[in-house]
Design a protein around this ligand. Sequence first.
Ligand code: SAM
Length: 332
Amino acid sequence: MSGQSESTPDSERDTESESELDLDLDLDSGSDSDTDSDTGSDSSPNSDSDTAAETDADAFDELLAFVEAELNFATSHYNDSYLDRRISSRMRRTQTDSYTEYADLLHSDSDEQESLLESFSINVTGFFRNPEVWDGIRQILRHCSARRQHTDQPLRIWSAACADGREPYSLSLLAQLDPKIDADAVEILGTDISEPALETARNGVYEEPRTVDLDEQLSFLEAYDEGYEQYVEHQGRTYELGADIRQSVTFERHDLINGEPKSTANFDLVVCRNLFIYIDNEFKRPILQTIARSLTDDGFLVIGKAETIPPSLKSAFEVRDARRRIYQCDNS
Ligand SMILES: C[S@@+](CC[C@H](N)C(=O)[O-])C[C@H]1O[C@@H](n2cnc3c(N)ncnc32)[C@H](O)[C@@H]1O
């Protein structure tokens, strides 16, 4: 993914910075900038005087309007500070000094349009991100697996906003290795809005960047005698997921804000982590509603460690483990 290299430093600090925060989705007022995992020290290019700031704001709004109308990316769903940092980052790369100059470039350069769109799709992820949360996910999978033991129903999991697939593959690896989870019954759907991310996911091959230790991420599985090596071919800096792990995961593009609920799927568990922190408040509700409609009546939801469910939507979900951000649907 093109965004990977830009976002690499984020993955080093993401869990620490996010996990210290208790961001209430209803209470914040679009000031998620301090909590984004890709904070960085970006600043708007022009901020010397009020007039300049106003002109700047107009140019910024015009730029967003172009992206929304012509490039079909719903900028209005995301918070401005996040969009500003991504645009400013592209401006530095393209050596443009103002929003207007960058807008001119964007109008005429389809490669830059693609690069900007890809940079909007925040794809920081990892295997077993926040390992302590995965202890909780293991408990859920064991519980659901035991419950389904005497039925011929699959155990259905949806990894929503799965980026390049490491989250759904972590689920598959865990199911395969844990003796208390019936891996044969597990079906995992991974969805994301980003096609390039999904392409990487479908390939199931990951190149280890210098700053990320994939072996350490996978060490969550050290608890099992078998180890992950049987399921992941590891050569140099390349990690390739084996057929046993891949066969239980399917990928498709899905937009959590505008897409339909997966209501026919009846998921036992939805994992939707580290998307809400980038989304404007008003669009968090439809996402949570989509998820609630896609779960079984008592299905589980796991969100990111820096995220919480707005109090107004708590009727749809009960807190099961506040620290690990595990909720259970109360659709009954
Ligand atoms: C920070 S990544 C989180 C990946 C993974 N869930 C994790 O926690 O490691 C956020 C993902 O959300 C995706 N995304 C952004 N907007 C989306 C939308 N409207 N619908 C679905 N996915 C979206 C991005 O493409 C990106 O892959």
